[in-house]
Design a protein. Structure first.
Lengths: 347, 347
DNA sequence: TAGAAAAATGTTGACGTCGACATCCTGAGA
DNA sequence: TCTCAGGATGTCGACGTCAACATTTTTCTA
């Protein structure tokens, strides 16, 4: 049995070749190998070549765990959310990933299962000394006032629908889009605007509903209680079947595009013309909105900027930048007018 | 200046409290603290309490980097893909994440920028000795024959549209869905089925196109060259405007649902009835498909099972299970008939 | 109550890396 | 040929954890 085999048996050899393996092969000390990795200009070209060659042959690459242990830095950021398969989260995740890579950071996903059962705090804590240098929290469901109980000075950025003051945040300026949407419909002559909201435990849903209500009030227009949906097209469809029977409804602002698609479906089925009889506006600006029947007027959110800004703010904190207490960035949303909205016409 | 401050200045103190900090506070040895974390039953209840208390007070939690260094295991898996914001990737990512958490694994995202410029291999290699114990590769674009050049015995599972033999894989059985779709249309009396494909550099796109062609041939039906799209609804729309002028087209199988939405849009605009004049089938089974106008017949992919199986196969490898050379799992796809398909009618 | 088994706790070292410091080598100038 | 600066390379130790082994304390038996 070779000594290598013995060594493997003893150590388990789960790790790849180490700096010492390379050193031995190249006939230099470990430190020189380290220098070749980090400050090659300090090593004589001939030696450098030899080391590089040994690295190549052994398939060496520095062990991140060891580096992390030594430096206390992981080169990684955590991304916390409920789910990652919905429009907003997926788009933001992708943008965060790209922004992080620019800075040589990797991204670790962490999902918080049920908002009720296990709160955000435990999940966040689980990460604390784990493998990330900072945390981006994509919060939507759940009570946004719940404090996160993270260690002091731990870099955190929150993506919320409103500042909660607790942490720096990047918020989507949803009210601005909602106002534009409401105004757009009112300008078209509608007497009021109905609203199909998201679930009540969702912060963005509340923010959108509130902005809608406030705008109607500000315009001196009657407010009809919103109908509660759950973000899904199915809910939009169900609700649409009810709305179809109500001649009072001539303009509907949906909490998101999916809901709008469901609504459009139901109205179409009932032979109600959009925008002839009812105008519909969505929210999110998903790519399919342009190809709804009819093409959907919607409020576009800029998830790319959101992701970029989140990373930016987080990295600032990780670098210990002069953090004036609470930087907040608002990413504007924008009304995109298509063909699902039109002048009011008595039904 | 307090000694704490000095200590912080010297060490940088980037890391949180260590096992020794807890040990000192609780008046025990480091090993006892370690035991409380890992095998609490070996510690006398009274001592255990004291240690737990100290941990709580200090906000201690074990340092993962140190564990990883010692054990050679990171407790983390890497997820490699081009993008994470498209239907398939996003759904799979979410499923992978859930499956991974069940096994106490975290998930690190790695994106491969341009398939051409930087290949998969460098990205994969970058991870190799980095911070993951295994790798899940969500491959779509790029040449699937390119070998990955990973270290031998490194656990890898590939999600591809076809086995490439190189690694264990979980594939979506797309041909089965495609065949069902083609048969469905042919059964409805259509003389042939046209195809709007995905981009030619995409493996799933090729697989779908091939399955479609093969089925037509097998059925002895004339094959018309597919029209190349790019997965987007916009492309579907553009292509739809051309197709609208061609009375030969009575049934179209789209490479994905987005394309189908665009197509539906274009046809609707031209006053071409679906399914009266043209039948349309999508692929993916996104939730919005049920609410297209008309509700879209599509081939549903089971991304949840995909994610679960990927993790399953990967964990098997990580545990060094008796890997009969190449386990391959095929997740079936399924035709979902809705209202966008109907009997052929001469246009 | 001695004696021994069992339970509880402590000590040591190794995982891989790299900063700080020490040592060695080369070549220029005297 | 000798000295010395500077370049090149080497040695040491610390980061936090935990298996293996060592030691101490408790508990039970005869």
């Amino acid at each position: 049995m070779s000594s290598v085999a013995i060594n493997e048996a003893r150590t388990g050899r789960r790790n790849g070749p180490s700096i010492m393996d390379v050193a031995r092969l190249a006939g230099v000390s470990g430190q020189t190998v380290s220098r070749v990795s980090n400050q090659p200009e300090l090593v004589k070209p001939a030696t450098r070549e030899r080391v590089l060659h040994a690295m190549e042959k052994l398939g060496y690459s520095p062990n991140r765990a060891a580096r992390a242990l030594r430096d206390g830095v992981y080169g990684s950021i955590g991304l916390l959310a409920h789910r990652f398969d919905r429009t907003g989260e997926a788009m933001t995740t992708d943008a965060v990933l790209r922004a992080a890579e620019t800075r040589d950071l990797s991204v670790t996903l962490v999902s918080v299962h049920e908002p009720e059962s296990e709160g955000w705090a435990p999940a966040a804590k689980r990460l604390q000394h784990q493998t990330v240098d900072g945390l981006i929290i994509l919060r939507s469901e759940g009570d946004s006032t719940e404090p996160l109980a993270l260690p002091p000075r731990f870099p955190v950025v929150v993506s919320d629908s409103r500042e909660n003051g607790q942490y720096p945040s990047v918020i989507n300026d949803e009210p601005i889009g909602v106002r534009a949407a409401v105004d757009h419909l009112l300008d078209l002559g509608h007497r009021t605007v109905h609203h199909i909201s998201g679930p009540t435990d969702s912060e963005p849903a509340r923010v959108r509903a509130t902005a809608w209500r406030n705008r109607l009030v500000a315009k001196g227009v009657p407010v009809v209680e919103p109908i509660v949906g759950d973000w899904t097209a199915d809910a939009g469809y169900r609700i649409g079947q009810q709305i179809a029977d109500d001649p009072e409804v001539t303009a509907v602002l949906c909490a998101n595009d999916h809901t709008a698609f469901g609504l459009l479906h139901a109205l179409h089925e009932r032979g109600i013309d959009v925008p002839g009889d009812v105008s519909v506006i969505g929210f999110d600006g998903i790519s399919l909105a342009a190809h709804a029947t009819p093409p959907l007027t919607t409020v576009r959110q800029d998830f790319t900027t959101m992701g970029t800004e989140l990373v930016h703010l987080l990295v600032d904190q990780m670098n210990g930048a002069t953090t004036r207490k609470h930087p907040h960035v608002a990413v504007p949303t924008e009304l995109v007018v298509r063909e699902s909205t039109g002048p009011m016409r008595r039904r």
